[in-house]
Design a protein around this ligand. Sequence first.
Ligand code: NAP
Length: 310
Amino acid sequence: MSEVDYDLVIIGGGPAGLTAGLYAARSRLNVVLIEKAALGGQVIISDWVENYPGFPEGINGFELMQRMADQAKRFDLVIETKEVISLELTEPVKKIHLNDRTVTAHTIIIATGASPRKLGIPGEDIFSGKGVSFCATCDGPFYKDRIVAAVGGGDTAVKESLFLTKFARKVYLIHRRDTLRAAKILQERAIENNKIEFLWDSVVTRINGGLTNVESLTVKNVKTHETHTLPVDGCFIWVGTDPNTTFLKNAVKLDKSGFVVVDATMETSVPGVYAAGDIRNPLCRQIVTAVGDAAMAVYSAEHYLEKIKG
Ligand code: NAP
């Protein structure tokens, strides 16, 4: 056993990864959390989180994640800023290939979450960072008294459109159907907000602009098939998320949408390898569900370790 570097390697430092880190460090496992970028995951771009229990007034996403990281570090969780390139899971001792070395572990928790989905339309990539954005907290303040569009009909699109109205003069909310998927309370707030104008049954087919900025969108009504040009200064895209699984390369079983398949104990198709949070396609994708997954994954990993170590 002594030649194995870790009991547990946690990959990803969002709500699931940090919670797994907290539980594992408190259980005094020999654990490391590996995150390639900033800690906190997608939540850090959320201006206000108001459905995480214990914060009756709500809390800024960045601050919430800072608190989660501080809590895990209080129990001496070791965190390394490294990129996981691939996993080798064919033997009981798993190999985690990092950008600078390989480490070994008895168990792994995959908590790499998901990234904003793209529309895949002309202009989306070339204007990214020049008027096309996936983050209202980061870029919203640039649009003071200007006109922006938001694409999507889920919680993110509606919630972030409401946030954009703090800055923008007008927000067009463009949705491909005539009913929103977002929670009713968010729908009510958006409908009551006179800065938001809905473009129903509509899709953006092209983002147009000059050399350095967005000037308009080509919008198509999916029922009438009519197309028109909508002048805007910016376009925010919130059409869901895709799992961050490039390093997995089929090391564990994925579902048809590319999310990691787990059982009720959060175990993947490989014994001793678990997944938690948005990477596993839960029906309800929330911070509370991610942290719940993580607690379960650590509990399962501890049982697995007890079994193999006798
Ligand atoms: P989502 O719920 O998957 O919604 C994606 C939206 O984008 C849907 O309205 C979908 O339309 C639309 N869409 C997808 N692909 C599109 C395309 N190619 N072109 C145009 N529109 C497209 O994603 P989300 O809003 O990011 O939310 C993800 C999860 O996080 C959800 O579980 C949500 O509840 C949760 N969340 C919660 C909060 C909160 O405050 N509680 C905040 C943010 C996110 P259709 O409706 O037609 O499918």
